[in-house]
Design a protein around this ligand. Structure first.
Ligand SMILES: [Zn+2]
Length: 234
């Protein structure tokens, strides 16, 4: 059995399933950062407030899940700021202090030609990144991911492919991916020497195709020897 530390991040919520996921995570003592989409917070504000009250860190995943390389710089900032206003509102309603601002780019698209300007903006606005200590993948540093002001990931469960029409992925393929020693891209959960930042999605579409994928994946990951921990944000 492997033994490694990993940080869980959950994208694209909140949804009608989020409270069940929170129950599962709480019962199993799995901490997580949740990168919510603004339009989903507008739809499920009470769920967002409950996530905060129950101790989950809420991150900004833009207002409309836009591809920022297709936006002007002003549009990108607006996508981020509209969502910041919503998150601030949720923390106030939860009567919780928001002491860490984090951001994730939709699709990992860092903004194309506005990439540097967006990074400067995120830094100036005080967005934090995960302290890279413990992440030992050489490519992580070669790509400058340790310096960027957003939170990317090192391991993607690829659960977004569950509901994909052309490129769908089965439960077995996801489990195989978790067991891969030398994946084409990204980290390996079989590598004990590096910590990983894990990405899973809160997707009602995936759950309609494969009910329970979220808890199945996390259960399998935990049984593989992964220990979920809380990262340090700097
Ligand atoms: Zn997303």
């Amino acid at each position: 059995m492997i033994k490694k530390i990993a940080y869980l991040t959950i994208d694209d919520g909140p949804s009608e399933n989020t409270v069940r996921y929170i129950d599962y995570l709480t019962t199993n003592a799995i901490p997580a950062a949740m990168f919510f989409i603004g339009k989903n917070v507008v739809r499920y504000p009470d769920v967002a407030i409950e996530a905060i009250k129950r101790g989950f860190l809420i991150g900004n995943h833009t207002m409309n899940h836009s591809r920022l390389s297709s936006c002007t710089f002003a549009e990108a900032v607006s996508e981020i700021e509209q969502m910041e206003a919503l998150i601030g509102d949720c923390y106030r309603k939860a009567s919780c202090k928001r002491d860490c601002k984090i951001f994730r780019f939709p699709y990992g698209d860092k903004g194309g030609e506005n990439r540097l300007k967006i990074q400067e903006y995120l830094n100036a606005e005080g967005f934090k990144k995960i302290a890279p200590a413990g992440i030992t993948y050489q490519w992580y540093y070669e790509m400058g991911l340790d310096k960027d002001a957003d939170v990317l990931w090192t391991f993607d469960f690829e659960d977004y492919k569950i509901a994909s029409a052309e490129n769908s992925i089965s439960r077995e393929e996801i489990f195989q991916h978790i067991s891969e020693k030398e994946p084409r891209w990204g980290g390996s959960l079989q590598n004990e020497h590096s910590h990983d930042i894990l990405l899973i999605h809160d997707s009602p579409k995936s759950n309609a195709v494969y009910e329970g994928y979220f808890t199945d994946i996390l259960k399998y990951t935990k049984e593989s020897g992964v220990q979920f921990d809380t990262p340090v944000f700097i």
